[in-house]
Design a protein around this ligand. Structure first.
Ligand code: FAD
Ligand code: NAI
Length: 475
């Protein structure tokens, strides 16, 4: 016997679980299928983000930052610490608890919103009367029929060709978050978001970290001035980043990993490390979905092909999040999930790709929204730029955290904000003001005229807006 639903969501990550909740709020009968298992084999909804992504990485970033502060920065506040210790097992245990709280929270939200949750793998069977037949293989095999189906099956870590993840020595993001003891030497291949965040965690805890990056420029997608400032800070911290390398043979043994590569000068190099994290991007995941049976169209990268509204080539089948085009970010997946649920309800859900913020949770944090200076140049847009350093911000000085700046880019003629780029303390929180401003198509003058609390880091945002017209007050 099959169970019929208005909406069946496959995948319970940020794209899927949020789509399911929004659809239920709109009055639909909704099912959400997710296959993630916790250590006991039970359900662990929340996807990559909750289980092996956003949440656990931020838990470890926080713990490792505390450790570094206690060891290196408390002294300047007149606080002395003796006998500072590190219990990695406890740190990982705390991280697992944070993850569990999020898993449990989602199960609670499903109950609260009357979303039927199915633990197992969902796959397309066929188009049936009343919708799409979806088989659930799991604790209890089921057949569901969904008038609408939302696919939110996420992504998986990309492996180096010929170097599979063993999660012991060669680690994906999964293994990178549960290394049982601080490696003496750690390498990361790829200095993207994961490379920098996970490299920071293990460096702070005492590992000697080398990051090998293929591209000759550091963080090419980031505003050049901001990326340069961040690189300076990482260099100072001792995070060794080698750009323009070509990785050759990678040999993993019981004791460690040997990496052969050529450096930017073309010289052959060899690096011996205890563990290697491969963070060279992620691939859309449609494993086991049985897309071929129903003719769901994929592109050459394996992503599900969708239009601007997340419609696939099949009637009433939608796809959101990492499994489709666009940035692989949890909040982008969530926005798409909400928008699709609202479109199914006949509303006008929308996602503004121009105002999706990016954050890299290193220290200093890096955050941005909108276009970079190099993009504006390439697009031939005439712009004005204004920057304000945290060194001139009273709150940052009180915090002892003065690295970095806020940078505004505004249209030369209309003053509309085109991009805001931050490297510095709490950039992840500060960027929200810029997102709101851009969503409302504000000018830099608008921000410059708004009263900001003193002393606060947000005054640096106001001052950078003032700097666009060369009238900073505190610099
Ligand atoms: P996912 O979160 O991958 O969820 C997909 C779910 O579908 C999974 O639970 C999977 O088990 C399930 N599934 C797949 N196939 C099936 C099937 N056939 N049947 C049933 N279930 C299935 N993004 C941010 O915005 N901020 C961050 O700070 C951040 N940090 C990150 C840190 C790391 C280490 C990593 C790896 C990623 C990070 N991301 C971050 C990216 C973020 O995790 C993803 O963009 C986000 O999880 C995508 O959501 P999703 O719903 O599309 O897919
Ligand atoms: P990434 O795309 O951010 O970075 C991958 C890096 O690896 C690039 O710099 C690329 O040039 C490099 N690279 C690729 N192949 C290489 C090779 N063979 N040798 C050396 N370098 C190579 O991918 P990453 O870090 O794996 O993260 C995946 C995605 O997860 C991110 O793009 C992001 O969408 C998401 N994420 C988001 C976070 C956040 O929002 N704070 C945190 C972590 C991940």
């Amino acid at each position: 016997m099959s169970q019929n639903f208005d909406v069946v969501v496959i995948g319970g990550g940020p794209g899927g679980y949020i789509a399911a909740i929004r659809a239920a709020q709109l009055g639909f009968k909704v099912a959400c299928i997710d296959e993630w298992k916790n250590a006991q084999g039970g359900p662990a909804p929340g996807g990559t983000c909750t289980n092996v992504g956003c949440i656990p990485s931020k838990a470890l970033l926080q713990s490792s930052e505390h450790y570094e502060h206690a060891g290196k920065h408390f002294a300047e506040h007149g606080i002395s610490v003796s006998g500072l210790g590190l219990d990695v097992a406890k740190m990982l245990g705390r991280k697992d608890q944070v993850v569990k709280q999020n898993n449990d929270g989602i199960l609670y939200l499903f109950k609260k919103n009357k979303v039927s949750f199915f633990h197992g793998r969902g796959s397309f069977v066929k188009q049936a009367e009343g919708g799409w037949e979806i088989a659930v293989a799991g604790d209890k095999p089921e057949t569901l029929v969904g008038k609408h189906v939302i696919v939110a099956t996420g992504s998986n870590a990309r492996a180096l060709p010929g170097v599979p993840f063993d999660e012991e020595r060669v680690l994906s993001n999964d293994g990178a978050l549960r290394i049982p003891d601080v490696p003496k030497k750690l390498a990361l291949i790829g200095s993207g978001v994961i490379g920098l965040e996970m490299g920071s965690v293990w460096r702070r805890l005492g590992a000697e970290v080398t990051v090998l990056e293929a591209l000759p420029t550091f963080l090419g997608a980031v505003d050049e001035q901001i990326a340069k400032e961040a690189k300076k800070a990482f260099d100072k911290q001792g995070l060794k980043i080698e750009l323009g390398v070509k990785v050759g043979e990678v040999k993993a043994g019981a004791k460690g990993v040997k990496i052969a590569y050529t450096n930017a000068k073309g010289e052959a190099q060899s690096l011996d490390v205890d563990r290697l994290i491969v963070s060279i991007g992620r691939v859309p995941n449609t494993n086991g979905l049985n897309t071929a049976a129903v003719g769901l169209q994929l592109d050459e990268r394996g992503a599900i092909v969708v239009d601007a509204d997340c419609r696939t080539n099949l009637a009433n089948v939608w796809a959101v999040g990492d499994v489709v085009r666009g940035p692989m970010l949890a909040h982008k997946a969530e926005e798409e999930g909400v928008a699709v649920a609202e479109r199914i309800a006949g509303q006008h859900g929308h996602v503004n790709f121009n105002t999706i913020p990016w954050v890299i949770y290193t220290h200093p944090e890096i955050a941005w929204v909108g276009r970079t200076e190099q993009q504006l140049k390439a697009d031939g847009v005439k712009y004005k730029a204004g920057t304000f350093p945290f060194l001139a911000n009273g709150r940052a000085r009180a915090l002892g955290d003065t690295t970095g700046m806020v940078k505004f880019l505004a249209d030369a003629a209309t003053d509309e904000i085109l991009g805001v780029h931050i490297v510095g303390p709490m950039a992840s929180e500060l960027i929200s003001e810029a997102v709101v401003a851009m969503e409302f198509r504000a000018s830099s003058e608008d921000i410059a005229r708004i009263c900001h609390a003193h002393p606060s880091l947000s005054e640096a945002t106001k001052e950078a807006a003032l700097a666009v017209d060369k009238r900073t007050l505190n610099f």
